[in-house]
Design a protein around this ligand. Structure first.
Ligand code: ZN
Length: 319
């Protein structure tokens, strides 16, 4: 027997459930694991945020930006990725950068959830290596004002540790950078108080298979890290690139947040050239998640070759 009222009620219920399902859909997965020799590398998303690249990029033209974005089927405002990278050597668990924590608002601060989703706990992290002390890299060392990684050493180039905690440097910096000094100092303080702040000088062997690589310019102590296992090499290059479609075509293009755009350009050209020549894996803080891939070179231009997606890497870290 046909019961229109019951049918209407059922249809309404199904429509409602469909709507709820859409609203309750979880975020896209925020971790991605690859194998590097005997190491496991895990890209961790801290989130994405609307990125007004046309007002952030300098040393290029509006026309270049528009053409580069159009060529990649992109439009403003872009969603900018904030990525960090965990290195599991089998002996140590090292986290390179930590995302923005609470400093970028609701968009971000997802690193801890993604770390746990990837099968790790914050207290397992032995060491944190920061590429530099901008908010979107250092903010995640704190969780509710306390160290998010209670057992980790916190390491970065001494040039950055000194610069971002200097009252004189803060005074001389442009207004829009002042709060970066405050957040960096706040982030480092509890680790320093616990005796777990260990800046390093210059290029150094930090852990088995991990070396720092000087790449100043974006900040005075901006540092890349070269991770090597069984002959495979990964360059975790921090903020060498903020807007890949533009800066791979025009490595001169810089960002207004650079401490020295001239030094940042030299660092970018140097690491682009090296990464292409040595066929290095790259782990990039601000290339679309997971930010893992290689650089191809065609004449003076580069192109991003993203990692070939793999559901289950052949081998996890040697234990
Ligand atoms: Zn950044």
């Amino acid at each position: 027997m046909f019961r229109p009222l019951r049918c209407i009620a059922l249809c309404a219920l199904l429509a409602c459930m469909a709507g709820q399902a859409a609203r309750a859909a979880p975020a896209n997965p925020g971790f991605y694991r690859m194998t590097l020799g005997g190491f496991a590398i895990v890209a961790l998303s801290d989130g994405t945020h609307p990125f007004p690249v046309d007002t952030v990029l300098i040393d290029t033209t509006k026309e270049t930006i528009a053409a580069a974005l159009a060529a990649d089927e992109l439009a403003l405002p872009l969603q900018g990725s904030i990525n960090a990278f965990l290195v599991d050597t089998g002996k140590k668990i090292v986290l390179i950068d930590t995302g923005a924590g609470a400093l970028y608002g609701d968009c971000c601060g997802q690193l801890l959830a993604n770390l746990r989703a990837a099968g790790y706990r914050p207290e397992q992290v032995d060491e944190i290596l920061l590429t530099h002390l901008h908010k979107d890299h250092v903010g995640g060392v704190l969780d509710g004002g306390k160290p998010a990684f209670p057992n980790a050493l916190l390491r970065m180039a001494r040039a950055d540790a000194d610069y971002w905690r200097s009252a004189a440097s803060r005074q001389q910096a442009p207004d829009f950078l002042r709060s970066f000094f405050d957040s960096a100092a706040d982030a480092l303080a509890p680790y320093a108080a616990a005796g777990r702040l260990r800046p390093f000088d210059g290029e150094a062997a930090l852990e088995e298979g991990i070396r720092s690589v000087d790449a100043p310019g974006h900040t005075p102590g901006h540092t890349a890290y070269l991770v090597e296992s069984r002959g495979q090499k990964l360059l975790v290059w921090g903020d060498i690139v903020h807007v890949a479609p533009v800066q791979l075509l025009d490595p001169q293009a810089s960002v207004k947040y650079d401490s020295s755009d001239g030094d940042a350009q030299r660092a970018r050209r140097g690491l682009f050239e090296r990464a292409a020549r040595e066929h290095l894996w790259i782990a990039a803080a601000h290339i679309s998640f997971p930010g893992l891939g290689h650089l191809g070179r065609e004449g003076g231009r580069y192109r991003w070759i993203p990692i070939n997606y793999e559901t289950t890497p052949a081998r996890s870290a040697a234990k």
